[in-house]
Ligand binder design. Structure first.
Ligand code: PMP
Length: 364
């Protein structure tokens, strides 16, 4: 090891960077993005507002206008709101003010890998409660882990990335009642499930909700996320957020996206949900594949051919999926984000070809 690296925390040295291989393909369904670009009206109105502002001036120290719009949009109070440079930044800020050596974070794996990554970097300890065999959340396993390990923070991703499962209201309220720790619900994909825990914020001061503009809102390139919680709690979390964390362009775009959500974005969400149901049925008809029902804009699929091979075969056909086989419980699974209907047709055709030729080869 180089001398300088001896100064790095040992738990960080043991980690791999959280990064994706820079593969490129015409059909990109590996990051759960919105397959449609942000609608033209959102782009042109944002550009108009940006053109009218002085670029030499800092953005608002706190994004007041955006917070006010987010509050109306999400039906929560503006002083219980933090907008961030993607929801990733807010996961980090939240963990920075709660986690350090000797502090535990409970997660339900398989789930979004960043929770484990940041907790480890901060010197905290991850406790992992397994999900059920069908990938549903296991309220008993969560309760047991809470009793045994007394986590400072519990993070539940609902709908969960990559399994697509949601936590039901009853399980969540029993979890919230049971712990004095903080409970984070990551709702990055809530629009596709048409279900949210935001109404529970009023009764639970230990609940935190995270959301993003990177999926249904079609603004992944601009990096906007937000956190909702009791104002006393957001006041503390804000202390770990950098000044001017959200640039003026992204603030303006997020405001426009909120204003035009019902007319310009919601119809796209509906089409994605319809595609999810259609692709699910089509995949059931391909021998060798078993899709898992999902409430998000993606689904995991069990495959009798190694997921790495399916990944390579689809990449040869100019299609980029996510191989999730290194996640716990998912050794035989890959993940597909929903593309546009024409893209999904090509994905299904590619998969039929791969699995039919494998079946023919095995009977020869
Ligand atoms: N939470 C989950 C569950 C995600 O899947 C992602 C993105 N893959 C994020 C948060 C991060 O979103 P953002 O782009 O807002 O940082």
């Amino acid at each position: 090891m180089k001398n300088a690296n001896k100064k790095i925390k040992p738990e960080v040295l043991g980690l791999k960077e959280y990064a994706l291989q820079p593969h490129r393909a015409s059909i990109k369904i590996n990051q759960n993005e919105n397959p449609w670009d942000a609608p033209d009206r959102i782009k042109s109105e944002t550009l108009k507002r940006i053109e009218a502002r002085q670029w030499s001036r800092y953005p608002d120290f706190v994004a007041f206008d955006l917070h006010a719009k987010l509050a109306r949009f999400a039906d929560w109070t503006p002083d219980g709101m933090i907008a961030g440079n993607g929801s990733n930044e807010l996961i980090q800020a939240l963990l920075m003010v709660t986690i350090g050596p000797g502090k535990r974070v409970l997660i339900c794996e398989p789930t979004f890998a960043l929770y484990r990554q940041i907790t480890t970097v901060l010197g905290g300890e991850i406790i992992s409660a397994p999900v059920k065999k069908d990938f549903g959340f296991d309220a008993h396993a969560i309760s047991d882990a809470m009793r045994m390990f007394n986590p400072v923070v519990t993070i539940i991703c609902s709908p969960n990335n990559p399994t697509g499962q949601v936590i039901d209201a009853e399980a969540l309220s029993s979890i919230l009642r049971q712990t004095s720790g903080l409970v984070v619900i990551d709702e990055a994909y809530h629009e596709f499930a048409d279900q949210s825990v935001v109404p529970c914020l009023r009764d639970h001061e230990n609940l935190i909700v995270l959301r993003t503009f990177s999926k249904a809102m079609a603004l992944a390139g601009l990096r906007v996320g937000y956190l909702l919680a009791a104002p006393d709690l957001t006041a503390e979390i804000k202390k770990a957020v950098l000044p001017y964390n959200l640039n003026a362009f992204s603030q303006a775009a997020a405001e426009v996206a909120i204003e035009l959500y019902e007319t310009d974005l919601k119809p796209l969400v509906k089409r994605i949900v319809a595609e999810r149901e259609r692709v699910f049925s089509e995949l059931q008809n391909i021998a060798g594949l078993t899709p898992v029902r999902s409430r998000a804009n993606f689904m995991i699929v069990h495959s009798v051919i190694k997921p790495q091979v399916v990944f390579e075969e689809l990449l040869r056909r100019d299609i980029l999926i996510r191989d999730v086989s290194s996640y716990p419980m998912l050794a035989d699974y890959f993940r597909l984000s929903m593309g546009r209907p024409d893209e999904n047709e090509k994905v299904l055709a590619g998969l039929r070809e791969i699995f039919e030729s494998a079946a023919t080869a095995s009977t020869n």
